[in-house]
Design a binder for this molecule. Structure first.
Ligand SMILES: CC(=O)N[C@H](C=O)[C@@H](O)[C@H](O)[C@H](O)COP(=O)(O)O
Length: 230
């Protein structure tokens, strides 16, 4: 799939991230396939998947849905862990993803190779590259290095301490200003339809929602916490 076709498919639309962490009751490839099917049925323009389930999740979801798949692997939870190496990126394409999402922050990469090598490997395999960044300068550098799209996925996750509650709309606005013609993906803590809509108004090309759609444990906890004290 080329960038023009992918951009046409997702612009102005919602993408759903179907992942579950280790130890979560939904951390099961078949369960996540069902979630992806449900999300596609509800109007998701693409599915983001893989995570700790890795390439088996990507392959199973790519086979089950007829929307584009943005694949990733996760290795650990500290430093660079989203599709952290050239080899991981290649394996995601080979599993069937049309787009590979990978950490594009300035932090050192575990294989010691520059981001450009991962981008090149993904392009050589015939897929597109989504740069997951935490800051404006990282997004600009990733676009200059050949990334096909820039996502705010890691905003709030690279500094010590817990991430803020809400999404980073300021980063969306700043990326749009610096990269007026780029495909900008809003992702991370979009927990309500209104905030997803605000992302598009802030200049995002599209918005990725995960937890608030596919995690019944998180949704239940929010309802439970909203009840008056007993
Ligand atoms: C920081 C990190 O590891 N983000 C991951 C990236 O793939 C996923 O765990 C998130 O669920 C995804 O980005 C969607 O975000 P949210 O679940 O907040 O809607």
């Amino acid at each position: 799939m080329n960038l023009e076709t992918f951009a046409a498919a997702v612009t102005g639309r919602l993408i759903v991230s179907c992942q579950a962490p280790d130890g979560h009751p939904l951390r099961d490839t078949a369960a996540l396939v069902r979630m992806a099917e449900a999300a596609a049925g509800g109007g998701a323009a693409a599915i983001r998947c893989g995570g700790v389930g890795g390439t088996p999740d990507v392959a199973a979801i790519a086979a089950a849905v007829d929307v584009p798949v943005i694949g990733l692997t996760k290795d650990g939870a500290g430093g660079v862990f989203i599709t952290p190496t050239v080899e991981a990126a290649r394996s995601v394409v080979r599993a069937g993803a049309q787009v590979v999402a990978a950490d594009a922050t300035f932090r050192p990469r575990p294989d010691g190779r520059p981001l450009t090598e991962t981008i090149k490997a993904v392009h050589d395999e015939g897929a597109l590259f989504m740069a997951d960044v935490a800051a404006l300068d990282e997004g600009v550098a990733a676009a200059e290095a050949g990334a096909d799209m820039v996502a705010t996925t890691l905003a709030g996750y690279t500094a010590p301490g817990p991430p803020p509650d809400g999404p980073d709309l300021a980063l969306v606005r700043a990326l749009r200003e610096e990269l007026p013609g780029a495909l900008i993906v809003a992702e991370g803590r979009y927990h309500a339809p209104a905030s997803a809509s605000a992302a598009i108004e802030a200049g995002a090309s599209c918005v990725v929602v995960g937890t608030a759609i596919i995690d019944p444990r998180w949704i239940t906890a929010r309802f439970a916490a909203a009840l008056p004290p007993r």
